[in-house]
Design a protein around this ligand. Structure first.
Ligand SMILES: [Zn+2]
Length: 197
């Protein structure tokens, strides 16, 4: 069996990829009356970054399942629905996958919490990767259907948190929770016991 992150021998991860996984603490993003409590499964480095990449660009559902297993542990007890942050249509078409909806469905398989794809985004919005922090636009989302009472947002990577704040604004909920596969900011620390599968 080959490592789901780097394809070296090892399952589900090779020794070196397992050693590269880092924890990062949760944080609050947003200002004023919209705050999002973000719980990341991993720091966005090493194998975690490669697993996200393999899900997002290579449609590796097995990589997604590994990430989802760790994300499921982070759900608040009162979560009643999982709301994925949708990928814009142009990228869904280009890469043939909406990775956050896949992650939400995989978390749902583990926890039984249903998925509600109630957020809509446009055909395209400006790519935010590479823009300086503080200059990133808050992406616009629309809420379709009824707003759930205790939704949890699901995203693949959190950097500035502006995307999650945009989603919280669309839902009209202050103090919402989000679980993400990885966080690109925060002080990472090694995981002592490795990945639980
Ligand atoms: Zn590996």
């Amino acid at each position: 069996m080959l490592c789901l992150a780097c394809s070296a021998p090892g399952s589900p991860l090779c020794f070196s990829c397992e050693q590269s996984l880092q924890r990062v603490p949760g944080r609050i993003v947003g200002t004023g009356n919209v705050r999002v409590a973000v719980s990341p499964a991993f720091a966005h480095c090493g194998a975690a970054a490669r697993l996200v990449h393999n899900l997002k660009y290579r449609r590796s559902i097995k990589a997604g399942r590994l990430l989802a297993a760790s994300m499921a542990d982070l759900l608040p007890l009162d979560a009643d629905v999982l709301v994925p942050i949708p990928r814009v249509l142009a990228r869904r078409v280009s890469y043939g996958i909406d990775q956050t909806t896949v992650l939400a469905r995989l978390i749902s398989d583990i926890t039984g919490v249903p998925v509600q794809t109630s957020l809509r985004t446009g055909v395209w919005h400006r790519r935010s990767a590479g823009l300086a922090r503080g200059r990133r636009p808050v992406p616009a989302f629309e809420m379709c259907g009824l707003t759930p009472r205790h939704p949890v947002l699901v995203d693949d990577v959190c950097t500035t948190g502006s995307t999650l704040v945009g989603a919280a604004l669309a839902l009209g909920i202050d103090g919402i929770h989000a679980v993400v596969a990885s966080s690109a900011t925060g002080n990472a620390s090694p995981i002592v016991h490795g990945l639980e599968t």
